[in-house]
Design a protein around this ligand. Structure first.
Ligand code: ATP
Ligand code: MG
Length: 431
């Protein structure tokens, strides 16, 4: 096996999700990213996007890395790892710096970004990303890249992504236990957006909704920059749990029924269709109208997208999302999802799958691979920027860790315990 990881052209994304770990191996050259290998393994070591069982997570990461490196024919040493969960926050900040020499250089940009991140952060939190929204040079605002512009005063508006240090450390430790070095820990939804969005969409305003197993992540782009990121602590696993409880069938069977026969919109299902539901605890299988399955699924999906809609409205940015909504993550693979999401959100909705990679890209075509592919794209960008500045990518992005005052962009646990309303009592009585 060749060891190409040290040459820095191999970039590996490690998506540590609530239901699965995906390792995506990309080769980065001047032509872009070529996917060389993928490893995808179920994982039960997380709860709602946060590592809760290190042993189980270590096992899944090792298996995923093993399959990915066998397929790619490279040894994997360094990864860009995802992080998710309700502890992640996105807060606004800004900075100002004097321009040295009358023309804005890279050093001035770095200095003003350092200033923007130098605000207090709680002792148990750290800054993951500093995401510039716009620069100003003297009195001119709305500047995307100020390098080369003349002026004396450089300003910047940024969004800072922060996370609980213990959760970040658990991601790093888990990967290290598998013999890996973590080049950077990246907000999962940021990686997903990187994989599924076009530059045009970011420019004219767009929302990305990544519905995974444990969480549904929302991220908004306005004028080319990130304007909001938050996490809703519910996803596909809640839908499956509702099906298991509603149809009184084991979780594994509920997952299978959901994937094979589930539909997000009850009215799309014919009245006459039937499915066979295996019993639990020795009970015989039963034949049930397929409509019953979708009537269990629909309220949960409706609930999650209603929260998404409210979150978007609360940001005051609804009118600026001219490109509508891009939904991604494995949870949106349910039949009827696009139609229903469009109905609830009142905006055009499209399915987001990873784009912009070559090679065996068909293996990462599903929305559940958005984060894994996005991590490779994030790593490739970091590599390019680091080359330009002749420093290691980790040094470039990794942070001094000042403290930040939190605002309330993060998410309440409002819907975690909610049961589907409609048909619930009827179903309990019927089975
Ligand atoms: N064909 C399908 N139909 C319906 N749902 C599906 C299908 N395939 C996967 N899912 C659902 O997608 C969810 C997993 O999605 P994904 O792989 O994006 O989550 P994750 O990254 O592991 O979790 P998270 O992002 O919440 O930490 C599961 O709840 C699963 O039931
Ligand atoms: Mg995910």
């Amino acid at each position: 096996m060749k060891n190409r990881a040290d040459e820095s052209e191999i970039v590996v994304g490690l998506d540590i999700g609530t239901t699965k770990v995906s390792a995506v191996v990309g080769e980065v050259d001047s032509d872009g990213i070529t996917v060389l290998g993928v490893g995808n393994v179920p994982c039960r070591g997380l709860r709602k996007g946060v590592v809760s069982n290190i042993e189980w997570t270590v096992r899944s990461i090792s298996d995923a890395i093993e399959s990915a490196q066998t397929m790619a024919g490279v040894e994997i040493r360094t990864v860009y790892a995802s992080i998710g969960g309700s502890h992640t926050r996105c807060i606004a900040s800004d900075g100002v710096a004097a321009v040295s020499g009358g023309e804005v250089g890279r050093v001035d940009v770095e200095r003003v970004l350092e200033g923007a991140r130098a605000i207090p952060v709680d002792a148990d939190r750290q800054i993951l990303h500093v995401l510039p929204r716009e620069f100003t040079v003297d009195n001119q605002d709305g500047i995307r890249d100020p390098v080369g512009m003349s002026g004396v005063r450089l300003g910047v508006k940024v969004n800072l992504v922060t996370a609980a240090t213990s959760c970040v450390q658990n991601v790093v430790r888990t990967a290290e236990r598998c013999g890996l070095t973590v080049a950077d820990v990246v907000l999962g939804s940021l990686a997903s957006a990187e994989a599924v969005l076009s530059e045009d969409e970011k420019e004219i305003g767009v929302a990305v909704v990544d519905m995974g197993g444990g969480t549904t992540d929302l991220i908004l782009y306005v004028d080319g920059g990130i304007a909001h990121a938050s996490v809703i602590p519910a996803g596909g696993m809640n839908v499956t749990a509702d099906v298991a409880a509603g149809l009184r069938t084991p979780i594994g069977e509920a997952e299978r029924l959901k994937r094979n026969y589930g539909c997000a919109l009850g009215r799309m299902v014919g009245e006459e269709e039937e499915i066979e539901v295996p019993g639990v605890g020795g009970h015989l299988p039963r034949r049930v109208p397929r409509r019953v399955l979708s009537d269990i699924i629909e309220p949960r999906v409706e609930e999650i997208f209603a929260v998404v809609r409210k979150r978007i409205e609360d940001t005051g940015l609804l009118e600026q999302l001219s490109a509508g909504v891009v939904v991604t993550g494995g949870g949106v693979l349910l039949e009827g999802m696009m139609e229903f999401a469009e109905e609830i959100l009142g905006m055009p909705v499209r399915l987001g799958v990873p784009v912009g990679v070559k090679g065996i890209s068909q293996l990462v075509q599903g929305p559940q691979f958005a984060t894994g592919v996005g991590l490779v794209q994030f790593g490739a960008k970091a590599l390019t920027q680091a080359r330009e500045r002749s420093v290691g990518p980790a040094e470039l992005i990794r942070s001094v860790r000042p403290r930040v005052v939190e605002d309330d962009l993060a998410v309440s646990e409002e819907i975690q315990k909610k049961k589907p309303g409609r048909f619930w009592n009827w179903l309990r009585a019927a089975f």
